[in-house]
Design a protein around this ligand. Structure first.
Ligand code: PSU
Ligand code: MN
Length: 300
């Protein structure tokens, strides 16, 4: 079950061996998505709600070359403050291991490592997707990974900085189910929902678990379970789009592209919103972690 090249915390290894529920959590949002100390507080709160719901949290990263499932609290503290952390997506796992880098894993890389460990449920903030600009062309590896790795990704949809209709079309092309948790419309990260239908609505964690289990049993791979940002933190779409246009212009002027674009936009949005996007980001990550734990309990 647990690939020999992986390292796991004793708690995670024991839980998996006993068939107890485990929830994977990613590390790019700690190292690149949120600033200190919101990143540490969010990572700890996500782990705490997973435990409270009866599952074991497994924050995943590549620890100086060692793919690790279940970082210790000391490691999370170090990662939250470290400078020059490598942002590893699926293509970068080999480089991070071969060159012994300290790497935070994106959704795509975290899915790959979670699957190698035998973890089926994973919570994050929002998946990557197709960016809005034609130039520079940019589609996240998260979408490809969802099409080939059987892990359920619980998220607040795809990030509102993206072209959401295009992102959903790509997921549909590649056979990735997108479940809406108590919603028919696709959640849009900081913003409540985009007016695009999900592929199926579910009312409970148990329904989500049943859909995912059937999808995988019949030859499917990854799936998305999307819930909206908690009401008290959600950002009105009109306000958000003003900030987004400004942030995109700044990104163009600074000629930011590739893996740097998403962290750049998230940071500018936090500044332009006076910290409101950080409150939303933290709230949605914690809510997703709780729901992921409920689904993991159902699957176990
Ligand atoms: N969710 C968040 N904040 C983040 C991310 C998700 O709330 O920073 C990260 C995930 O690791 C996701 C990545 O895979 O952003 C997307 O990066 P890119 O657009 O370069 O694929
Ligand atoms: Mn990209």
């Amino acid at each position: 079950m647990f690939a020999p090249w992986l390292t796991g915390s004793a708690e995670v290894v024991a839980a998996l061996a006993a068939g107890r529920p485990v929830v994977a959590l990613e590390s790019t949002l700690i190292a690149h998505g949120l600033p200190w100390p919101t990143n540490l507080d969010t990572a700890r709160e996500a782990e705490a709600v997973v435990r409270a719901a009866g599952a074991v949290p497994a924050t995943i990263a590549i620890w100086h070359g060692v793919p690790t499932v279940g970082l210790s609290d000391e490691q999370i503290v170090e990662l939250a403050q470290a400078k020059g952390v490598f942002k590893a997506s699926r293509r970068d796992i080999g480089a991070a291991v071969g060159l012994k880098r300290l790497a935070a894993t994106t959704v795509s890389a975290t899915m790959a490592l979670a699957h190698a460990a035998g973890v089926r449920v994973f919570a994050t903030g929002g998946i990557g997707g197709a960016h809005r600009e034609e130039e520079p062309f940019d589609i996240s590896a998260d979408l490809t990974e969802l099409s080939r790795t059987p892990v359920l990704v619980v998220c607040a949809g795809a990030k509102s900085i993206l072209d959401l209709p295009r992102t959903l079309e790509i997921l549909e092309t590649w056979g990735v189910p997108v479940m809406g948790y108590r919603t028919e419309e696709f959640p849009a990260f900081y913003v409540s929902v985009a007016k695009i239908p999900v592929s199926c609505r579910v009312e409970t964690a148990s329904e989500a678990a049943a859909v995912f289990a059937a999808h995988v049993q019949m030859g499917g791979a990854g799936a998305v379970l999307a819930r909206t940002c908690p009401d008290e933190a959600v950002i009105p779409a009109a306000e958000f789009h003003e900030w987004l246009c400004e942030a995109e212009q700044d990104a163009q002027e600074a000629r930011v592209s590739g893996p740097r674009i998403t962290p750049f936009l998230l940071k500018r949005l936090a500044e332009l919103s006076g910290g409101r996007t950080l409150i939303a980001n933290r709230a949605l990550i914690v809510a997703n972690a709780r729901l992921a734990a409920e689904v993991a309990v159902e699957l176990a």
